[in-house]
Design a protein around this ligand. Structure first.
Ligand SMILES: Nc1ncnc2c1ncn2[C@@H]1O[C@H](COP(=O)(O)OP(=O)(O)OP(=O)(O)O)[C@@H](O)[C@H]1O
Ligand SMILES: [Mg+2]
Length: 231
């Protein structure tokens, strides 16, 4: 579904992504793990059109999308749940969700129902301002808002960051459920353990280069991965 080939991204003189190639097959959960500063967020932000690549190609459903504007990329069916959630704190839960559907020409009531089914907690709190939600609830809202664009491919940047273990488990259950309902997922995680248990395919990124690729469950037993990322 998504094919990245030879992608390079620079910030000024700094090469953040040094020619990586990766694939996300339709219907799968693919994860990208790596240390701080490896370039994980940069890759997702480039696919989403927020950063311009210096070279390489990004194909989605067979068509080149590198260099398209972010709104066009959302219209194609790709959405990004950014690092740090970025909900609008002074808007209500419902208003935040509606923003996720801003490019839709049809009325997204069905999707609102779908999101409230996935996250009953958001339904209960639909009139609450987002800034007063707990961290876990804000992450649910960020995921729900992304679903309102009715994505084919959902990219998530560290959805478990800063959440208690029990909440993290709930977020991963939801990620699997979203996938079961037909959404392909590209997931960045610092919680390598959960990510490798969840993903069918995993890539390891080290300072802008992909070093290891394998089935998630195989990487759990890989000596180098265990040492560097599983502690
Ligand atoms: N807007 C920017 N301007 C300049 N350099 C940047 C910018 N954004 C990221 N970088 C640099 O690019 C490199 C990769 O950053 P990136 O945020 O992609 O890493 P990451 O793997 O997501 O790290 P983390 O796990 O800490 O989120 C880092 O060295 C970072 O300092
Ligand atoms: Mg990051």
């Amino acid at each position: 579904m998504l094919q990245i080939e030879g992608l390079r991204v620079n910030y000024g003189g700094i090469e953040a992504v040094k020619g990586i190639s990766l694939e996300v097959p339709e219907g799968e959960i693919v994860t990208l793990i790596g240390a701080n500063g490896a370039g994980k967020s940069t890759i997702l932000r480039t696919v989403a059109g927020l950063v311009k690549p210096a070279g390489g190609s990004i194909r989605f459903q067979g068509e080149e999308i590198a260099g398209l504007t972010p709104d066009r990329i959302v219209s194609r069916g790709i959405t990004l749940v950014p690092e740090g959630r970025r909900v609008f704190p002074d808007l209500t839960v419902l208003e935040n969700l509606k923003i996720g559907a801003y490019l839709r020409k049809d009325k997204p009531y069905k999707d609102l129902e779908w999101v409230y089914e996935l996250f009953p907690r958001l339904d209960e709190r639909s009139w609450q301002t987002a800034g007063t939600l707990s961290g876990g609830e804000q992450q649910m809202l960020a995921l729900g808002r992304a679903l309102m664009s009715r994505p084919k491919l959902m990219m998530m940047d560290e959805p478990s960051l800063g959440l208690a273990p029990i909440i993290v488990k709930g977020i991963f259950d939801i990620i699997r459920e979203i996938n079961r309902q037909g959404v392909t997922i590209l997931l960045i995680e610092q919680n390598a353990n959960m990510a490798l248990h969840t993903a069918s395919t995993a890539y390891v990124l080290e300072t802008g280069r992909l070093t290891i690729k394998g089935a998630g469950k195989d990487l759990l037993n890989d000596e180098a991965v265990r040492k560097a990322y599983l502690g």
